[in-house]
Design a binder for this molecule. Structure first.
Ligand SMILES: [Mg+2]
Length: 395
C-alpha cells in the first residue's frame, strides 16, 4: 500500500447570535477547521485535524509535506513523522532524536500540520487493519472516560445555573473561565463567580479554573489565594504558557494544582515544563503537539514526572475522536475535556454521537481507525469563509 495523495479540506461553522459566548478572547462568531485526508493506491483513506491557521495548513501540507509522503508506505507512521520533522537530517535523528533541519518544525504552524497528517496516518492504519487505533497502541485500558464540562463563561448571577445544567446532564466535573474575563475585577470578580459556582454544584463536583494566561504572576497568586477555600481541582494557565518560571512561582505559592500545555509542542517543550517543575496537570493538544505519535511520548514523560495527563480537546469531532483513542489506550489519561460551547464542527459532522452519558463518562468509539466516519458532505455543508476564528473584540 502506498500513499497516493494528501489533501486538506477547509470548513467554517457560523455561530448564530443567540449561541455565541464571550470570554477574555472576545465573542466567538464562527470557527473554522482544516481536515487532512490521506489517500492510498488501495482505496483506504485516513482523516485528521490540523489545528493551525486553515489556509496555512493547506499550504504547508499540500506543498511542503505531501512531496515527502506520496509513494511511501502509510503504515510506517514513526518513520514518516521523523521524515516530516527532520527533513534532510532524517538520518541524524536516528542517533540524536532532535536534529530537525527545519527549525520551524519544532513548534507553531508546521507542527500543527505534522500533527494533522500523523493523526490521519493512524486513522488510515486502523482502517487498513480493521481495528480501532487504540488496539495499535497496545489495546484498551478502559472503554469509557470520565469527562468534564468545559465552558464556564457565565457571568456573576448566571455561572451557578450554567454549572447546575452540566451536573443535570451527568457531569461530575466542570471548568470555568476566570481572570481576564472578569477584568477589571480579576481577583474579586472571579472569586465571586467561583463562590457562586461551588454553592450551585455542592462539594462533590470537581471545579477547574482556566485563566487563559490572562494575568501576571502577582494577580495569579492573589487569585489562587482568594479561591483556595472552594476546593479547586486545577488552575489552568494562571500566567502565559511560555513563562515557565512564572508558572512554577504560582505553583509553589498555592495548594491548587497548576495546569498548562495546550500551547506547547512536542515532548521537548514538555521536557522543559517538567524541568521547570511548573505544572501538576499536562494538557497537550493532539492536533498541535505532534499528533498521536508524539502524544504517546508526552504521556510517558508525564507518567515519569508524576504529572496528570488531561489533554486539550477544544476542536472538531476529529480531534475529539483522536483524543478518545488515547483515552482508551493510556493508563494515565486523567479526564476528558468536553467543550460545551455551540460547535457544529464537533457535534454534527461524524457518524458517532458526541455525548456524555448519565454517569458523566464518554464511551470510546469501537470502530476501525478513529472510530468515526466523517460526513462526506462536510465541505459542502460548511463552506470555508477564509477566517481562522472570528471574534469580536472585548474593548
Ligand atoms: Mg485552556
Amino acid at each position: 500500500m502506498k500513499i497516493r495523495d494528501v489533501k486538506v479540506m477547509l470548513v467554517t461553522a457560523t455561530i448564530p447570535p443567540e449561541r455565541r459566548w464571550t470570554s477574555d478572547f472576545g465573542t466567538a462568531t464562527k470557527s473554522s477547521a482544516a481536515f487532512v485526508k490521506v489517500e492510498t493506491d488501495e482505496g483506504v483513506t485516513g482523516y485528521g485535524e490540523a489545528k493551525g491557521t486553515p489556509l496555512v495548513m493547506k499550504s504547508i501540507i499540500e506543498h511542503e509535506l505531501k512531496p515527502l509522503l506520496v509513494g511511501e508506505d502509510p503504515t510506517r507512521v514513526t518513520y514518516l513523522w521523523e521524515k516530516m520533522y527532520n527533513g534532510s537530517r532524517l538520518g541524524l535523528s536516528f542517533y540524536y532524536g532532535r536534529s530537525q533541519s527545519r527549525s520551524t518544525a519544532a513548534s507553531g504552524e508546521v507542527m500543527c500540520a505534522i500533527s494533522g497528517v500523523d493523526v490521519a496516518l493512524w486513522d488510515l492504519c486502523g482502517r487498513a487493519m480493521n481495528v480501532p487505533v487504540f488496539k495499535l497502541m497496545g489495546g484498551a485500558v478502559r472503554d469509557r472516560i470520565k469527562a468534564y464540562a468545559s465552558a464556564g463563561h457565565g457571568r456573576l448571577g448566571h455561572i451557578g445555573q450554567e454549572f447546575a445544567s452540566y451536573v443535570a446532564k451527568g457531569y461530575k466535573a466542570c471548568k470555568m473561565r476566570v481572570g481576564g474575563m472578569d477584568h477589571p475585577h480579576m481577583v474579586s470578580g472571579s472569586r465571586a463567580r467561583v463562590k457562586e459556582a461551588r454553592e450551585a454544584v455542592g462539594p462533590d463536583v470537581l471545579i477547574m479554573l482556566d485563566a487563559h494566561g490572562s494575568t501576571g504572576v502577582t494577580d495569579a497568586i492573589k487569585l489562587a489565594t482568594a479561591v483556595e477555600e472552594f476546593d479547586i481541582a486545577w488552575y489552568e494557565e494562571p500566567v502565559i504558557y511560555h513563562n515557565m518560571a512564572g508558572l512554577a512561582e504560582v505553583r509553589r505559592s498555592t495548594r491548587i494544582p497548576v495546569a498548562t500545555g495546550e500551547n506547547l509542542y512536542t515532548r521537548f517543550q514538555f521536557h522543559d515544563l517538567a524541568n521547570a517543575r511548573a505544572a501538576d496537570v499536562w494538557q497537550p493538544d493532539t492536533s498541535m503537539a505532534g499528533g498521536l505519535t508524539e502524544m504517546l511520548r508526552i504521556a510517558a514523560l508525564a507518567s515519569a514526572n508524576e504529572a496528570q495527563l488531561a489533554p486539550h480537546v477544544w476542536g472538531s469531532a476529529l480531534l475529539w475522536a483522536a483524543s478518545l483513542q488515547l483515552a482508551a489506550a493510556l493508563p494515565n489519561y486523567y479526564i476528558f475535556e468536553f467543550a460545551q460551547a455551540y460547535s457544529p464542527l464537533l457535534t454534527d459532522i461524524v457518524s458517532v454521537p458526541v455525548k456524555v452519558e448519565a454517569d458523566g463518562c464518554v464511551p470510546i468509539p469501537q470502530g476501525p481507525g478513529l472510530g468515526v466516519e466523517l460526513d462526506p458532505e462536510v465541505e459542502r455543508r460548511f463552506p470555508f469563509e477564509g477566517e481562522t476564528e472570528e471574534r469580536l473584540p472585548i474593548i
